[in-house]
Design a protein around this ligand. Sequence first.
Ligand code: UT7
Length: 331
Amino acid sequence: MTKITAAITAVEGYVPDFVLSNEKLEQLVPTTSEWIETRTGIKERRILKGEGLGTSDMCVPAIQKLLEKRGISALEIDLVIVATVTPDYVFPATSNVLCDKIGATNAWGYDLGAACSGFLFALATGSQFIETGKCKKVLVVGADKMSSILDYTDRSTCIIFGDGAGVVLLEPNTEGYGVIDSILKVDGSGRKYLHQKAGGSVKPPTHETVDAREHFVFQDGQPVFKRAVAGMADVSAEIVEKNNLKPEDIAWLTPHQANKRIIDATAERLGLAPEKVMLNIERYGNTTAATLPLCLWDYEKKLKKGDNIILATFGAGFTWGAIYLKWAYNS
Ligand code: UT7
């Protein structure tokens, strides 16, 4: 029987218009543009402005453009998976909201929470529905409105993150293109270094939790940085070795955009020249679940059918992993 793989057949993205530059942040917290750029690689990030707008409102335009580009109707979509840590509501799932907003009335869906590894985990799980023949068209979305959980008086976190959404369409392929392999990992003991203290069932919202600013992102940067450098480089090397790939076989590295120094360490470990590394952190910052699809969107025109791509992430949880993907089309 012919093996079915899950190929990415279209990619789209959306970033809000409002640009929050390093210079503007200098006016909010004691920092300098130079510190942010040299320590992280970030120059600016996008912020979703507007009363009543949530994560799904960035996904809708991205998905609508993708459907148009691929020439299909929302009615053909079987499944919508949304990776996010900033869902529109605690419940129902943002995927449910999205199915309604885009008119995907034949689809079912769910949200997946794996922080900065969310899109990678969603791509790996979404692929299974294609490979088993259960679904023919799966939308995998990575989207976060990080500005909704950032403390703009905390210089250690507010300088890093931005808002954005990216989406890919998965369809069956019988020529060997698409997701070839994945390695996914978690270590929940790392949760203390990067989390949101209140708002969940452990510490429901109260006046006290709001006053204590516990609904914002908390990060102890150094330990996360150390684990991220090792984790992302190790898992990337592991998937490359497992699939007998040499540096010259790899066309692109698509790394999570948390810190340019983490990205450089991963590229160096794989022996890849900077030209092979997708990078847009300088323009968008860390958009959490959206970084990988936004990279694929930005670089789509440069990608060629058959390109071997390594996607790699590290995020809160801890969660980390890598996917080996064979690109399925020329733009
Ligand atoms: O995507 C999810 C996973 N997250 C990550 O991968 C993020 C990993 N961590 C990082 O990227 C880095 O740890 C940060 C960018 C968050 C911080 O950079 P760092 O080089 O690790 O800085 P640090 O926390 O060790 O702080 C060094 C110094 C401190 O001052 P002292 O104690 O040496 O006087 C900080 O107070 O830099 C200070 N500092 C700042 N200075 C200017 C911290 N934040 C800032 C700031 N502007 N925004």
